[in-house]
Design a protein around this ligand. Structure first.
Ligand code: HEC
Ligand code: HEC
Ligand code: HEC
Length: 304
């Protein structure tokens, strides 16, 4: 009896061990192999993505989101939008932080018109892209742990992360993932397809990340021009009409009107707006107020 028990235990234990190693191996292979899930496969089929390309796309689609900058949205994809943005106030927001810029407006809210605010954490939150978030803007003097200079390079000809870029209005935590989806689908995606990769459609809500936000010095009660009427302002965000040229005309969005008829999750229930404060000279986001939960890989919507 004892002997049989012993044999049985050995068999069971070794079986469990074997099972564990096989499972382990499989998990590793899965990680390395980037096999599409049924849901991902359905998307790739719909977009006509060839199997040999799955791995390449999956690799980027499954990474944590990060900010990539406006020039990455331009390239061969959104030239007219980029040109219009570059020439619009949002494409020049960093410059307002320089000494001498808009002296009257600064004085009115008791800011020092001669001060350089281009490294001020509070101002950078609303005047640049993704500051203090993965891939976001890093001001002059930013150093890595090893002391290497990691500040964002600024090219005056090609505004990028140093301004209020595309991702501040279109993304939850940076556009790295949905940029891949846009490419893979060649623009033929549904709002929901791309929303699960961090694109947001709650436009009226997202403006309040900055406009009329409790932390902006430029409140509506300071001056009428800071009052925010979404419908009026929206018209001025993308004045793309004059930026279509022979070279970029093929970038007109064929599926835009179809998409406009869909109602996405973030339009039904807008995402939460980050709460932030500057503490000990550092911009901090309050826990539980982020629209994206990195650990759970889930989105936080407003309640009620
Ligand atoms: C919470 C977001 C937020 C913060 C923080 C913020 N700004 Fe702004 N800022 C805005 C918005 C939004 C506008 C545009 C307001 C409008 O035109 O309705 C603006 C406009 C400005 C303007 C132009 C005002 C005018 O009338 O011409 C200047 C200059 C400026 N900001 C400088 C700063 C400086 C310097 C800081 C840091 C001390 C700062 N901002 C912090 C959101 C912010
Ligand atoms: C200040 C916020 C803001 C910024 C910055 C911004 N956008 Fe937009 N974008 C919007 C809004 C709002 C709409 C919707 C406009 C409408 O419906 O009339 C939109 C619409 C679009 C659309 C059409 C999407 C569709 O399918 O309906 C594209 C493409 C686009 N933006 C690209 C860009 C690119 C590229 C940049 C950067 C170069 C950028 N946007 C920067 C707010 C912004
Ligand atoms: C990340 C911060 C931020 C977000 C988000 C943002 N804005 Fe702005 N916006 C600014 C700043 C800063 C200025 C000031 C530029 C200036 O005065 O030159 C500005 C200026 C503008 C202007 C130009 C003002 C004028 O009188 O011409 C318009 C229009 C505008 N915003 C519309 C929008 C809309 C619509 C949204 C949401 C879809 C939005 N903004 C989201 C920061 C932001």
């Amino acid at each position: 009896m004892l002997k049989t028990l012993k044999v049985l235990t050995i068999a069971l234990v070794s079986g469990a061990l074997m099972f564990a190693t096989v499972n382990d191996g499989e998990a590793k292979k899965k990680k390395k192999g980037y096999k599409a899930t049924a849901e991902e496969k359905e998307l790739f089929d719909r977009w006509g993505v060839k199997e040999r390309k799955h791995k390449k796309y999956l690799k980027d689609m499954r990474k944590s989101p990060k900010f990539v900058g406006a020039t990455k949205c331009n390239g061969s994809c959104h030239d007219a939008y980029y040109q219009a943005w570059k020439n619009s106030p949002h494409g020049k927001t960093y410059d307002l932080l320089k000494p001498g810029a808009r002296a009257e407006a600064k004085k009115r809210v008791k800011l020092d018109p001669d001060k350089d605010y281009t490294t001020d954490p509070l101002c950078l939150r609303c005047h640049t892209t993704g500051y203090q978030q993965r891939g976001g803007f890093k001001p002059a003097g930013s150093k890595s742990k090893k002391g290497k200079d990691i500040s964002t390079t600024i090219d005056p000809e090609e505004p990028n992360k140093e301004q209020v870029g595309c991702e501040m209005c279109h993304s939850v935590a940076g556009g790295s993932q949905f940029r891949v989806v846009m490419k893979a689908s060649k623009g033929d995606f549904k709002k929901a397809d791309i929303e699960q990769y961090g694109q947001r459609w709650d436009y009226a809500n997202v403006c309040t990340r900055c406009h009329t936000h409790p932390n902006t010095p430029f409140q509506p009660d300071v001056h009428d021009k800071y009052k925010f009427n979404f419908e009026e302002r929206k018209k001025k965000v993308h004045e793309i009409d004059k930026y279509w040229t022979e070279d970029n005309l093929d970038q007109k969005l064929e599926k835009k009107d179809d998409r406009a008829k869909e109602v996405s999750q973030s339009e039904k229930t807008p995402l939460v707006i980050e709460d932030f404060a500057v503490k000990k000279g550092k911009l901090r986001f309050k826990k539980g107020t982020m629209p994206y939960n990195k650990k759970k890989k889930s989105f936080n919507y407003k309640k009620g």
